[in-house]
Write a protein that binds this ligand. Sequence first.
Ligand SMILES: [Zn+2]
Length: 418
Amino acid sequence: MLRSHGGGGRTLPSASLTRTSMTSSRRQRTHEQVLQVLAQHGDLTRAELGRLTGLSRSAIASAVTLLSDEGLLTEQTPVPAGTGARGRRPTVVALRRRPGVVLAIDFGHSHITAAIADTSGRLLAESSAALDVDSQPQQALDTATELAAQALARTGHTSGAITGIAAGIPGPLDIRTQAVRAPTILREWIGLNPAEELTRRFGQPVAIANDADMGARGEHTFGAARRIDDFLYIKASHGIGAGLVLAGRTYRGSSGIAGEIGHTHLEGATNLCRCGNRGCLETVVSITEVRRQLAHVLPTEHLSGQSGEARGEPPSLTELASRPAAARVITDAGRTLGLVLADLVNCLNPAAVILGGELSAAGEPLAEGVRESINRYAQPASANAVTITTSTLQQRSELLGAVATAIQQSAVGQVPSV
Ligand SMILES: [Zn+2]
């Protein structure tokens, strides 16, 4: 992913050439690991870098020296917090942040958000639009471009200030081609290469990833999964997907489509799913279905906002979840989601399950249902090892994951993988 650090144009015997290129590729991987860990965790000591990457002291020393020479890293002694500080303080290694801003785009099934952030991750401006993203890919890509221009204008910057761009896509992406796969899920996007399309529109490289993977990245960098290296991020909105982070890295499977848990079959469920099967998890627990169920148990005025409490706006899921009847519906949805997650907990033994997406606005009643099912159906040792929480990023996990990816691109000067 990074540019080659090997130099020279000498002609070498073939055996030496093979060994040299192997060494160079190993060194490249090492450098990539160091940069990725710094992009995710911020400033770190060499010892922390060693622990988080699993690399030896000498490998870290060599990588820090070479990457510093290339201007990608800096190493400095932190300023003491108080005047009385004594003793030798370890130096910290930091990514050399470029001046400028980054652009992050979050495509949902029914919305698009574009945001401009500085290179420390602070959001400066945001623009959103509601759109049927699934059935109008070209319009969605055009709208994203317009929203980005609006957000950028609000910051007072010009497009020349953008040093990294990343976007999350609400569908399976082929890891080998970056094209959208699985025609039964995002039918109108099949064969489209969103990275190429967006790169053409913005005139600079755009990193893309599946939205749940972006959400996991957002939680890992800025949210509930900071310094947790084995966790599941669940995006529960109009669709349901999982971002799997195992041993500190996103796990995408052999072709990039791991985590499509929304299409797990539920025994006894018969509703037709958008994938063509019946009884998928999404048909029972999507935000659309949960809102439909809430309509059964709440008076109409509570759902339409006519009660005066929301001044014409429908009340949020957070408000609805405070009502006992609604909380029961939401906890029940959590139990159903937890049935599927219990199997994943058994398989993967994560330290945390972080619930994100629009459904996570329901908060504790949702987490409680998930927890009940995991405690009931996962093996006790795995159930005891996992913490179930809702995201603290207020449905911006995917957007902030794109920010983190764009910052990495900005620091490294190349499109990173998520
Ligand atoms: Zn399905």
